[in-house]
Ligand binder design. Structure first.
Ligand code: 5GP
Ligand code: ZN
Length: 141
């Protein structure tokens, strides 16, 4: 897609530090290097976010992620864990609107990456909790 920075990276119009490439995905170092080896895996097909994937594309893309994750871990022996993050929409901190998976190797809990989960469980009755699950279940196709 025109004016998409990641499509330009795939085409080689913008330089990148390539980690892996095949017919389906392109993987390269994220410029920010939140932790050493921080890698982005992107489908070559321009899809904006998770809501634009079909099952086949999702399967093809995610199928490739474990081998890239394992390679990062092997290349950086101090890596003892990894966060895999995929932001969808501005509200979810997506800033580049060509879908991508962040592979963020972890070295310690103070290595530069953090994430917060708020526990809101006390706000809901068991019935409300069940109802919430049910409305999602009812719309899955
Ligand atoms: P998002 O915030 O959309 O989840 O992540 C987009 C990521 O793309 C950011 O972590 C940012 O550092 C990375 N990024 C943006 N522009 C470039 C670029 O030109 N080259 C590389 N290697 N990474 C980029
Ligand atoms: Zn694109």
């Amino acid at each position: 897609m025109e004016n998409c920075i990641f499509c330009k990276i795939i085409k080689g119009e913008i330089p990148s530090a390539k980690v892996y490439e095949d017919d389906i995905v392109y993987a390269f170092l994220d410029i920010t290097q939140v932790t050493p080896g921080h890698t982005l895996v992107i489908p070559k097909q321009h899809v904006q976010n998770i809501f634009e994937y079909d099952e086949d594309l999702a399967a093809e893309v995610f199928k490739r992620i474990p081998k890239i994750a394992k390679a990062i871990q092997t290349a950086f022996p101090e890596c003892s864990g990894m966060n895999i993050i995929q932001n969808n929409g501005e509200v979810a901190y997506q800033s580049v609107f060509h879908s991508h998976f962040h592979l963020i190797p972890r070295y310690s809990q103070k290595d530069g990456f953090s994430m917060a989960f708020t526990d809101n469980s006390h706000q809901y009755t068991p019935e409300e909790f069940k109802h919430r699950a049910q409305i999602i279940q009812d719309t899955i196709q």
